[in-house]
Write a protein that binds this ligand. Structure first.
Ligand SMILES: [Zn+2]
Length: 448
């Protein structure tokens, strides 16, 4: 269609997010994703070696710590604190040459971190987002996408970024989805129907209440091709609930402030890394570092040369797995992600329980949103948002279910409210733990 063609051409020429370079990267990524896993691994290992050699020669932080070594197994995990305190030393001379810019996080992880990004890195990031967003639905990178936002800062920021030209250029629209009531949901669905987006994206903490309120009031879903829950973790049960209401594939995107788009779910529902740009490893419970199994995620950027992050600890727990996927892509994969490692409840006996264990059973209740808070070693607070008052038998059911999970380690307070605590970027915090996080076991240098 001519309009699409014009938009695509204009985006290439004018787009601030890598423009033509991003389009070229996308073409490369479209091809490379079909490499067989062996060839993909070989390609990635070459990129890791190249990045390490670059860091050993040109990045003071790594030179000072590791000298001339170009072996990844010598590198210790890089923490947020390292990034904050070593910001200057982590830069390479290319940062200045390429006019790299600073990008600061929202602080949803509890700490604000700043990284450098240049146009080359940005082109890869944009191309990865375009590629993954198109998996599993008949859409194109320039297809119209509408985001439901729940935070004033995000809405103001997006509107500023999306000027009328930007809106047309990127074909991206945002709608304010704060304070959801049946009337507001009705208006939102009508507006979505008018704008006719092919993709609807948003935080699960916004998409789910919209779907729940709409379902319970007999409202129909707009015509879409795909729904992309972003930023917050969305369980398989929640994704199924969204799929039931919107009647289109629901596939998630996983990214971070430091690395942008890192993984997407394919049409088969499996998570794939954007392996051409990121080398994932985990620190397992026993402290060993490897490319398989469950543990705290470490990422090495294969494309950022202004500020190369090597074995950077993201703060999420993933289960890396190498089984082939029926979609045929040779990209690495993982089977689950548990969100920020602080999304845990710490038991008085020193053990941790994933907040998912406490939050998953609540999905069988007619609640709109919920949030688990731990402020004391032996007490949990559960905040819930519901359409009507919580019934005593529901509260009793929660108490009993939780007792089975924690074995009597906690008192539980249940509080019904209208608004839950969010991060500065507007993410709903599923689990807030105000206790000091017990230390992870110290990492060894072994690599498997
Ligand atoms: Zn797949």
């Amino acid at each position: 269609m001519p309009l699409r063609g014009w938009r695509w051409t204009a985006l290439g020429l004018l787009g601030k997010h890598g423009g033509n370079a991003a389009r070229r990267r996308l073409a490369e990524l479209e091809r490379s994703q079909w490499l067989d896993p062996g060839a993909m691994e070989e390609y990635c290992r070459t990129q890791v070696a190249r990045q390490l050699s670059f860091a050993a020669r040109l990045v003071p932080f790594y030179q000072r710590r590791y000298g001339e070594t170009e072996s990844l197994s010598d590198y210790r995990p890089l923490t947020r604190l390292d990034l904050q305190s070593g910001f200057q030393e982590l830069q390479s001379p290319l940062a200045q040459q390429r006019g790299a810019w600073k990008l600061s996080s929202s602080g949803s992880s509890g700490q604000v971190v700043t990284v450098l990004r240049d146009r080359q890195t940005q082109a890869w990031a944009t191309a990865c987002t375009w590629r993954g967003d198109c998996w599993g639905a008949p859409i194109l990178p320039e297809s119209r996408q509408l985001s439901l936002l729940s935070n004033v800062g995000n809405i103001v920021g997006s509107r500023r970024a999306l000027s009328p030209l930007g809106t047309w250029l990127h074909n991206r629209y945002v709608l304010d989805a704060m304070r959801l009531t049946p009337q507001r949901v009705k208006e939102l669905l009508e507006r979505i129907a008018e704008l006719r987006p092919q993709v609807l994206s948003g935080y699960p903490s916004v998409l789910l209440p919209v779907a729940r309120i709409a379902s319970s009031h007999g409202m129909l879903a707009p015509v879409l091709q795909k729904v992309i829950p972003t930023a917050e973790s969305c369980s398989p049960e929640e994704a199924a609930e969204l799929e039931q209401f919107f009647r289109v594939p629901v596939r998630q995107r996983y990214g971070s402030h430091e690395f942008s788009a890192m993984a997407h779910q394919c049409e088969a529902g499996r998570w794939h890394w954007h392996s051409e740009v990121i080398w994932p490893e985990v620190v397992r419970q026993d402290g060993s570092i490897g490319q398989s199994g469950r543990g705290s995620l470490l990422c090495t950027s294969l494309v950022n040369q202004s500020m190369p992050l090597i074995r950077y600890e993201i703060g999420d727990v993933v289960d890396l797995d190498s089984a082939a996927c029926s979609c045929g892509r040779g990209l690495g994969s993982f089977s689950s992600i548990e969100g920020r490692t602080q999304e845990h409840v710490y038991c008085p006996d020193g053990s941790w329980i994933s907040s998912h264990a406490f939050l998953a059973p609540l999905r069988s209740l007619p609640l709109l949103q919920f949030q688990l808070v731990q402020e004391m070693p032996d007490e949990l607070l559960l905040r819930v948002v519901a359409q009507g008052p919580l019934e005593p038998r529901q509260a009793e059911w929660i108490q009993e279910t939780y007792r089975q999970i924690h074995g009597g380690a906690f008192r539980l307070r249940i509080e019904q409210t209208d608004e839950l605590e969010r991060s500065p970027s507007g993410k709903l915090l599923r689990c807030i733990n105000r206790l000091k996080r017990p230390e992870l076991p110290s990492s060894s240098n072994s690599t498997t």
